[in-house]
Ligand binder design. Structure first.
Ligand code: ZN
Length: 301
């Protein structure tokens, strides 16, 4: 069977791409389920006569496994709408294998990246959203889609379900310290935009990786990234060898372990994350996303 290849070029990758794990959804409310492949987490919503699925997972096999899990959880209702939280292939790369005829909803900037990248298997966007806040209704299911500005990836849309007091924000705040090198995070405004979500009345937080958590751990996540930004700046003051991961890990651990050392993964990840953050301050950030007022990256501004 010929698999969609994403952006892979090595033909030996096909076995990896085709493997279909058994994915088990977990029901969070009458209409909302969450599901993880062990790397990424997403959710889907039962509507009147169809299902709204967020993202597709990162291989064709996992996308098919996702479709089968949805069919078991919500029998007789097809996936008619897919919402891409952001452009990344590990979350949203293979809708051709999930629901190729569905309406595909995404932020305008996400849609542009997907068009220009042309990854094999990443279905193009059919419904483009522009701006920061959308009250959407698909087949009787209502909720909010929010893009406060560059946070992670391109055009990242978070979803807020008022009835369930639930926030879903993919690949932003994690329930632990496993941020690694924070790939494609936009540090300049990240914590400010994330803290903005605290204006919403949510008790449950569904992250784009790891386990479902709560508002308290979302706040701790914001505090952790902010504290990491502060201590990484302090490392310049103290003339720490900012290029050396061991030196940064030792310095940042000494400063942050008291407050954040109990976050799962802290010890393994603190060095990598701090190396990423010092480079933000060294270089001024990465591209337009890291300017102080990046609102113009929303398509209508
Ligand atoms: Zn991502």
């Amino acid at each position: 069977m010929k698999e969609h290849m994403g952006i892979f070029t090595n033909p030996d990758i096909e076995g990896y791409l085709g493997a279909e794990p058994d994915l088990q959804p977990e029901q969070l409310s009458e209409r909302i389920w969450t599901i993880s492949d062990g790397l990424c987490r997403t959710l889907f919503v039962e509507a009147d006569s169809s299902v709204i699925a967020f993202d597709s997972f990162g291989t064709p096999g996992k996308a098919r496994a996702y479709r089968k899990a949805i069919e078991r959880a919500v029998p007789g209702k097809p996936v008619a709408t897919v919402i891409y939280t952001h452009d990344h292939l590990d979350h949203a790369g293979f809708c051709d294998d999930l629901a190729p005829d569905a309406e595909i909803v995404a932020d305008e900037m996400t849609a542009r990246v997907i068009d220009l990248r042309g990854a094999d298997g990443q279905t193009g966007v059919t419904c483009r959203l522009s701006g920061a806040k959308h009250r959407v209704e698909f087949d009787g299911a209502e909720f909010l889609l929010l893009n406060p500005g560059p946070t992670h990836g391109t055009g990242n849309l978070s979803a807020y379900f008022a009835e369930e007091q639930l926030l879903f924000s993919s690949d932003t705040i994690l329930p632990n310290a496993r941020y690694a090198l924070m790939p494609d995070y936009h540090i300049a405004n990240f914590v400010r935009f994330m803290r903005g979500f605290l204006e919403l009345d949510f008790a449950t937080f569904v992250p784009g990786r790891y386990e479902v958590t709560d508002r308290g751990r979302f706040e701790t996540g914001c505090d952790y990234i902010e504290a990491m930004q502060n201590i990484c700046q302090q490392a310049f003051v103290e003339l720490v060898s900012i290029w050396v991961m061991d030196a940064m890990a030792e310095y940042v651990t000494a400063g942050l372990a008291g407050r954040f050392g109990d976050l799962e993964g802290f010890e393994q990840h603190v060095g990598m994350t701090s190396i990423r953050i010092v480079h933000h301050y060294l270089m001024g950030g990465w591209s337009l996303e890291d300017t102080p007022e990046p609102g113009y990256l929303l398509a209508d501004q």
